[in-house]
Design a binder for this molecule. Structure first.
Ligand SMILES: CC(C)(COP(=O)(O)OP(=O)(O)OC[C@H]1O[C@@H](n2cnc3c(N)ncnc32)[C@H](O)[C@@H]1OP(=O)(O)O)[C@@H](O)C(=O)NCCC(=O)NCCS
Length: 232
């Protein structure tokens, strides 16, 4: 079981079925480290895993879909009229990007509450590549972005890690253009496999990705709740 801190809470991820002892140890670890909100991502949970979740007060939330595609996409990158594409500039675009990200993900605090500290952590990751963090802007203002990530697996896989459009510019074709731009960048870097994760209730995004040829490879069930901190 992987455990990581996300903003104010915790994420637990299990890629294979977990035994009760492993689940309980993960919860105990979180309790010993201050507790807080928890999201557990588990692929096709069995009856035992559903029981552990319930016993610890976690409840089922919207599932997370893992979508995949082969690269290059059939569609060519075309920026809507008036918009230009450029890479993110660390240290210069941070404030404005955080504001656009907060507006785009206003209803998804896990992403929308990214702070300077979280952004700086991502920019310092070994996989970070500013050329793969694309912005679409108009009149010098950021309207949307597509942040890609390369997984150096065998074969390597290119992920659209975060993508968002400022609500003021929704429905103008930017989401489509940014998705195509992100995968075109990954494809030009030699990658043949693309992927992303999307919440199962994000119908606008799922429809967009399906129309570009992406397919759901699998879904993770998500359990959410709060773990109390151990008393000192
Ligand atoms: C998903 C998102 C990036 C789409 O951006 P956008 O610029 O509004 O999308 P586009 O204008 O390019 O439209 C793309 C397609 O989605 C469809 N679409 C857009 N909004 C829709 C909605 N609310 N419901 C259903 N379909 C919708 C459009 O009809 C369009 O289809 P078409 O290309 O066949 O005409 C944007 O809604 C967003 O930033 N959402 C919040 C952040 C988010 O959810 N990111 C994705 C996480 S995986």
């Amino acid at each position: 079981m992987e455990i990581s801190r996300i903003n104010h809470g915790w994420v637990m991820r299990s890629h294979a079925h977990v035994a009760e002892v492993e689940f309980t140890a993960a919860i105990a670890n979180i309790a010993a480290n201050g507790g807080g909100s928890v999201r557990w991502f588990v692929c096709e949970p069995n009856a035992d895993e559903q029981r552990f979740a319930t016993q610890h007060g976690l409840v089922a939330d919207v599932p997370l879909l893992h979508m995949q595609c082969e690269l290059p996409l059939a569609e060519q990158h075309r920026v809507p009229l008036g918009f230009v594409t450029r890479p993110f500039r660390p240290g210069i675009d941070d404030d404005e990007w955080l504001a656009v990200n907060a507006r785009a993900f206003a209803s998804h605090p896990e992403q929308g509450e990214w702070t300077h500290a979280v952004l700086n952590e991502r920019l310092a990751e070994s996989w970070f590549d500013a050329a793969g963090f694309l912005l679409h802007e108009i009149d010098g203002r950021i309207a949307g972005y597509c942040f890609t990530k390369v997984h150096r697996t065998n074969p390597p896989v290119g992920e659209i890690y975060v993508i968002g459009v400022d609500p003021a510019h929704h429905g103008k074709g930017l989401g489509r253009a940014l998705t195509v731009a992100g995968f075109a960048h990954l494809s030009a870097s030699g990658l043949r496999h693309g992927m992303l994760y999307v919440a199962g209730d994000n119908l606008a995004a799922i429809g967009l990705y399906e129309s570009l040829g992406m397919r759901v490879a699998h879904r993770d069930e998500v359990f959410v709740g709060t773990v109390s901190a151990n008393r000192p």
